[in-house]
Design a binder for this molecule. Sequence first.
Ligand code: NI
Length: 134
Amino acid sequence: MRRLTISIDDDLADTFDKLVNTQGYANRSEAFRDLLRAELDSQRLQAYPKGPCVATLSYLYDHHERQLAMRLAHMQHDHHDLTISTTHAHLDHHLCIETVILQGRSDEVRAFAESVLAQPGVKHGKLHLVSLKA
Ligand code: NI
């Protein structure tokens, strides 16, 4: 491991320390490493939009919504090459939560996620995509 020394202005340092505390990091180094990884990942995704990735897609939906559960299952079958696994939990009489683990080309994973999230009745969806491009 290499030690880096950086200088930043007071306001930014205060804001960074607040982030370290509120996010529960053990120290600044760990927080900085995560910020750097996130930025590098974002740059990789921009540089290699068709590069390999893994991702989780999570969303809530009402299973009483007309045909929605069936449509979502159809979409996953149509993209079985991208869909590694799906976890489903029944939250109450109406609401379900699903998390889909995806792997494949970043642009294809993103397009699949966007089409799922665009379905009427799918709420609070979020894609977390991690580039595997070195
Ligand atoms: Ni359910």
